[in-house]
Design a protein around this ligand. Structure first.
Ligand SMILES: [Zn+2]
Length: 389
């Protein structure tokens, strides 16, 4: 009974504390906390229904998001679900509290975005992330890179990490860790986990005409694999964003009404002699349009690759920053060379049917850290800039 009362008192205190902090959130850029925070237990499980704070040691404070659970073994905590962040803290100093938000649901073949707001007084020296994909708590894949600011207003720098979810393997959860070093030598760490939903894919049969069937039989799988590995090295590179302002994508073509193959169709490639050539998962979207139709860059960026590639044909790759790349394939002509800065809507090339194509069309792909995502989901990017009041 006594224990229960203690527990109740504890949660009331936590609630009051959280209310106090949240009421300060939008007015102050740094937040004062009462010095007498509860100390994190050495061992055990801590769950929070609402945002709550703990003293980790004399220099650090932990904030648990609503619906968060951490497991502590000998003073080391492990996140089970939710988000936990660790900030520098001392009785004299005010904490560098960072606001964060995960945007969009997490679905295979799509992406989410983790946004971090840093008060402008807290200058970040550098920041990096590690993103792990798990199934039954077993590691399936991991990605890492630098974290950059992509926007600022009068109060905050906006930092962000894309969270892409591959359609090519199963993952039931992810774990994101961000470490930020401030110019004064202090640092903050955020761990965030979430559930990844599955996606289902449809089937399609591709029939190649005589000339193309011959080309395919002569195509080198080895060359394709070597080139694809080189592209994956390129897609891994996470740079400062080249798009400023609102990331509002333009259409890749004037007319996208004739879609001939959808994202993540599982496809059988059949030659003109009826034989099965290959099976693949379609990692882009195809639009059938006449040869010579102009192809536009979805966003500002820089061309990082341009030229003839096995199966992909003439291909232009544009880096938009934060790990986001768009790829435009089967071009009749590439009109932009590598290292060219590109504005949104600028012509990159002409539609054609070079490489593995059954007719003239644009194959457009978007990749984040090399993970293929449905490029049409990028339409929701302007929501990154909406900050809740
Ligand atoms: Zn395609």
């Amino acid at each position: 009974m006594l224990l229960r009362n203690k527990e109740r008192l504890f949660s009331v205190l936590c609630a009051l504390l959280s209310l106090f902090v949240y009421s300060c959130k939008n007015t102050a850029d740094v937040v004062s906390l009462p010095v007498s925070l509860p100390t994190l237990p050495e061992n055990g499980v801590v769950t929070s229904q609402m945002s709550s704070f703990f003293k980790k040691n004399d220099n650090a404070i932990l904030e648990l998001s609503p619906d968060c659970e951490i497991e502590i073994v000998e003073n080391e905590y492990k996140l089970k679900y939710g988000t936990v962040s660790e900030f520098p803290f001392s009785a004299k100093k005010k904490i560098k509290r960072i606001e964060y938000q995960t945007l969009f649901p997490s679905v295979a073949g799509s992406f989410s975005f983790f946004r971090i707001l840093i008060p402008k007084k807290n200058n970040v020296e550098d920041a990096a992330f590690i993103l792990k994909y798990l199934k039954n708590e077993k590691l399936q894949d991991s990605k890492k890179g630098n974290v950059y600011s992509y926007y600022e207003d009068s109060q905050f720098y906006f930092y962000g990490v894309f969270l892409p979810f591959s359609p090519l393997y199963e993952q039931d959860s992810y774990l994101l860790s961000v470490e930020m070093n401030f110019k004064d030598g202090e640092k903050a760490i955020i761990h965030s986990t979430g559930v990844v939903e599955k996606n289902t894919f449809r089937e399609q049969i591709l029939k190649f005409p005589k000339g193309k069937s011959k080309d395919l039989q002569n195509a080198s799988r080895k060359k394709y694999n070597v080139q694809q590995a080189a592209r994956h090295e390129l897609w891994k590179i996470v740079t400062q964003p080249l798009t400023t302002g609102v990331w509002e994508i333009t259409k890749p073509l004037d007319n996208t009404s004739r879609m001939t193959s959808d994202f993540c169709f599982t496809r059988k490639w059949v030659l003109n002699n009826g034989k099965l050539y290959s099976k693949d998962v379609h990692l882009g979207v195809d639009y059938g349009v006449p040869t010579g139709t102009p192809i536009y860059s979805l966003l500002d960026g820089v061309v990082v690759s341009s030229g003839l590639q096995e199966l992909y044909g003439n291909m232009v790759i544009v880096n938009h920053g934060l790990g986001l790349y768009t790829n435009y394939c089967h071009m009749n002509k590439c009109l932009k060379k590598s290292d060219t800065l590109i504005k949104k809507g600028e012509v990159l090339g002409e539609v054609g049917m070079t490489g593995a194509a059954t007719g003239p069309h644009l194959h457009i792909e978007a990749r984040i850290y090399g993970i293929p995502i449905d490029y049409r989901k990028l339409e929701y990017l302007p929501q990154l800039f909406v900050v809740e009041p």
